[in-house]
Design a protein around this ligand. Sequence first.
Ligand code: SF4
Length: 418
Amino acid sequence: MKWDVMQKKLTILSDAAKYDVSCSSSGSRRENKAGGIGNGAYGGICHTWSADGRCVSLLKILMTNYCIYDCAYCVNRRSHETERAMLSPEEIAELTVEFYRRNYIEGLFLSSGVYRSPDETTELLIRTAKTLREEKNFNGYIHMKGIPGTDPRLIRELGKYVDRMSVNIELPSSAGLKLLAPQKTKENILLPMREIRSGIAERKENRKASRKAPAFVPAGQTTQLIIGATPDSDRTILRLSEALYKQVELKRVYYSAYVPAMTGPNLPALTQPPLLREHRLYQADWLLRYYQFSADEILTDAEPDFDLHLDPKACWALRHPEIFPVEINKASYHMLLRVPGIGVTSARRICAARRSAWLSYDTLRRLGIVLKRAKYFITCRGRFYGESDRPDYIRSRLLDAEQAGRYEPMDLFAGVNS
Ligand code: SF4
């Protein structure tokens, strides 16, 4: 392998991969000095988190940035003049193993432009994964893209070698696809997703009969949605995520604020990525997955977009003054989870403690429950500790506190294992 040629390709293909957020780039530019140890500047190395919470370094690259498609928002689109490169399956396998041996990475995250056709691209991805697993005996983590429009049989073949697959939807509606990615359709994106779901379900069944049944995408599938490239509302996006979690059993939906890297008549005139909107979507997604909210509870016909000033759970609670305040000694576990400021850990603590005592406000404090937000939505032994239960008053207090940074935003990770 000619290292300077390889380094050049790696620079092009890791840069071309940076808009995929299914794993986040480290962004490090620190190079090794004489006598020093380590080099943080290798293109394409990023970090992701394993199911047990470990931070895992991955080689994140495209196999190629040649693409026959012309998605308006994409730096790799056919009509964009840019430097192009391609790595062969053997080169990717060798790079991965070399980087692994040098302790730079623990796995590979490989995406690709659509090279000649979806099937041909997937065949090359299969060859890469097979070479790594069967010739190089590589047992590290492999995450690969499912290319929309690929023959389901090839998806099945690829799934035998990789840990995780992701088929990126990118645009949250058929109208959006037609406008910005006319070669993609809802159906040719959903087809590989459904195939992966079926393969995973079959693997689970086969594993019941024999522990030696072959693996198939054991870490599940994910997707990415671009936020703000089309006029789709937050409600449209959240409903799509909800449907995907239910219908194709996705592990995660990743939301990526649209980065205005390209120009075009159908692209929005944004100067900055809508990062706060992306953040609200992650908060709402958490409510879907762990707090048993539905998309239609979080956003409604009347309010189809997030309030960027307040988190989605607080907004929902303020829309429902008929429910609050709830008595902390009587509310069900699931109702406690709906109280702004109470997360999984706090709700569990309250349920455990009230088995043996009728809880007071002071007891809650002693249990470590943060009440700055919750006090407007609860009673303890029938007594209300907020100054007023009027929604407009509570909203102004929550906004004041949030703006003054007096408390942390919603505690997303409290007590939940992802
Ligand atoms: S198919 Fe993927 S790589 Fe090709 S132009 Fe569209 S988004 Fe870019």
